[in-house]
Write a new protein. Structure first.
Length: 608
């Protein structure tokens, strides 16, 4: 059978997963009476809640006797490690662009990788049914983007489709017929995307996606470059340098048919398949016939830019809400995650019972923590720390990101001011239609930690921020952190409404009456710059006086709600976020006030 392998690449929320839904429906993957799932490729709970794709996934459809393998890739730069690998196993790409928003940083990031690898993309202008669509302008922006990324003449001569994935149609022109559904897209893929190039020689496959299955063990997905593979066949695994990792038998060969994985008796070169039975093989490894000695070339991965310390939860409430609380359990889980995610690095910290986890950004690390808490883990995590490095001249360098902010014109001033405070350099500012302005900055990653929430507050929720790793540059100097101190509980127990009411003038609270607190736990934000230890357990003294004014009901101001991302951005270096399946609490690293004072004195002496 003829094969075509394509990736769908685009920015977050431009409609990739919806497009795949329609391709599956219109190619006859579903039976007439079968229930059709919306966003079928987003199988992970977090993906459905946040409306983003985190893990790359594959599906397959048949059209006019040709099998089309479709890979749905993540659209967020924090999961770029996935994108780079996926492009290794496809021969074409659909570049999906929103007809109103146009190409954004993630489009640029993935397209640059695709063009470097020689792929000839098909451009799909999606959401042309939007009221603010500007399809022709967006098409010009896409052309400029390709030209700016040094596309070849052949790549610049890209085919174009206009349509609406949501409504399930594509056309070759803006005023084209909507009656053919997705047929123009299917036909274009068959005509424009080349069949996979197959090498001669014995079996070779480059590991591209890895996952764990409770019944089959580790499963490696990739494209067969040459030869064929059958169940029970002997193979060996080589790393990027050509060193042998292991040898063993393939227990199962699985191929994608629709959304299902189907066992095959034999898979030929060019097809995308998943192999089981190799416990040590991972991404970027070559799985091959025992006679092969040279590994397939694997893409280098952009370095991690942020690190956090994951440690055992040692608070007084440890073990009361989660089932997985030991250092060994946390270590094993993180090591397992690092095996399947090449953009993540995990190493033992100098601290006992702590692991240092490095990744691409706050979102990637936040998703990992959220996944772990849902699995029943309790842990405490430190403030994200940027990974600095020294160049050849011995000068300190830090990661810089390209930041694109789309905002209503009236709020552009405050955005520029706040970004300049964070040592960002303004590179471009232009109208983007509909009384909105697009502002582009080069900003140190350090300065962006925690800025998302502040940006939404400053712009009344109207701004959209997109970030992309740009490179390393000279260290920009100190950046102002949080200006306010915190309110810290001085005892263990349950918070009392009367005490919280009496403390309202000290600053906004982060807890409610009846919540469990302990010594050293952060319960609110101080109105001043210093930290303040307070008593939130103090009840009302009982007297025999009963008057209406004296017994007036306590009315409390609603507390600050701390989400995981907000908490990670809020804490300082001497604080931790305690994460359990049911709670997110903020606390001081040193719970005892005397120890904290001793630590502060030692730090002051070092500076002096």
């Amino acid at each position: 059978m003829n094969i075509r392998n394509i990736a769908i690449i685009a920015h977050v929320d431009h409609g990739k997963t919806t497009l795949v839904d329609k391709l599956l429906q219109q190619s006859g993957v579903y039976r007439a009476n079968e229930r059709q799932v919306e966003r079928a490729m987003d199988s992970n709970d977090l993906e459905r809640e946040r409306g983003i794709t985190i893990l790359a996934k594959a599906a397959s459809v048949e059209w006019k006797g040709t099998r089309i393998n479709i890979v749905d890739t993540p659209g967020h730069a924090d999961f770029g490690g996935e994108v780079e690998r996926i492009l290794n196993m496809v021969d074409g790409a659909l570049v999906l662009v929103d007809a109103a928003e146009g190409p954004l940083p993630q489009t640029k990031f993935v397209v640059s990788k695709a063009l470097k690898m020689g792929l000839k993309p098909i451009v799909v202008i999606n959401k042309v049914d939007r009221s603010d669509a500007r399809a022709n302008e967006v098409l010009n922006e896409v052309f400029d983007l390709f030209a700016g990324l040094d596309a070849t003449d052949e790549q610049l001569d890209f085919p174009i489709l206009f349509g609406s994935a949501k409504q399930g149609w594509m056309a070759t022109s803006l005023d084209g017929s909507h009656d053919d559904g997705m047929t123009p897209l299917f036909d274009l893929v068959l005509n424009h995307v080349k069949a996979p190039v197959v090498d001669t020689g014995p079996f070779r496959l480059l590991g591209t996606i890895i996952e764990s299955n409770p019944y089959l063990g580790r499963i490696i997905t990739g494209r067969i470059t040459s030869g064929s593979v059958k169940p029970n066949q002997m193979v060996k695994v080589l790393d990027r340098e050509g060193k042998q990792i292991e040898s063993g038998r393939v227990t199962k060969v699985l191929a994608f048919r629709g959304l299902e994985r189907v066992p095959l008796e034999e898979a030929e070169a060019g097809d995308i398949v998943a192999l089981a039975g190799l416990p040590n093989a991972t991404v970027a490894h070559t799985i091959c016939d025992p006679s092969v000695d040279t590994p397939l070339p694997a893409q280098p991965i952009d370095p991690p830019t942020l690190s956090m310390t994951f440690r055992v939860n040692d608070s007084p409430l440890a073990g009361t809400e989660g089932t997985k609380v030991t250092g060994r359990m946390i270590r094993d889980r993180l090591m397992r995650e690092a095996e399947g995610n090449v953009a993540l690095r995990v190493r033992e910290s100098d601290d006992k019972d702590a692991m240092e986890v490095s990744g691409r950004g706050e979102l990637q690390l936040g998703i990992l923590i959220e996944t772990m808490r849902r699995e029943g883990f309790e842990l405490s995590v430190s403030r994200p720390k940027v990974l600095l490095r020294k160049n050849d001249a011995g000068e300190l360098e830090e990661p810089i990101e390209e930041v694109v902010i789309d905002v209503d014109e009236e709020h552009s001033g405050v955005v520029v001011q706040k970004m300049s405070e964070r040592k960002a350099e303004l590179t471009e500012m232009r109208p983007s239609g509909g009384n909105r302005t697009r502002i582009v900055f080069l900003a140190p990653t350090r300065g962006l930690i925690g800025y998302q929430g502040e940006l939404l507050t400053d712009t009344r929720g109207t701004a959209i921020m997109n970030r992309l790793f740009h490179g390393y540059d000279a260290y920009k100097g100190p950046i102002q952190g949080r200006r306010n101190g915190v309110l810290i509980s001085n005892d263990k127990g349950e918070a009392v409404a009367y005490a919280l009411w009496n403390l309202e003038d000290r600053g906004p609270m982060m807890i409610e009456p009846g919540w469990k607190v302990y010594t050293g736990m952060i319960v609110g934000e101080h109105t001043r710059e210093n930290d303040l230890v307070i008593n939130v357990l103090k009840g009302k003294q009982l007297t025999n006086i009963r008057t209406q004014s004296k017994d007036e009901a306590v009315r409390l101001t609603p507390p600050i709600r701390m989400t995981l991302e907000k908490a990670l951005a809020y804490i300082q270096d001497d604080e931790l976020v305690e994460v359990t399946p049911t709670s997110i609490r903020l606390r001081k690293k040193l719970l005892d006030e005397t120890e904290r004072k001793r630590g502060d004195r030692a730090k002051a002496a070092e500076v002096a």
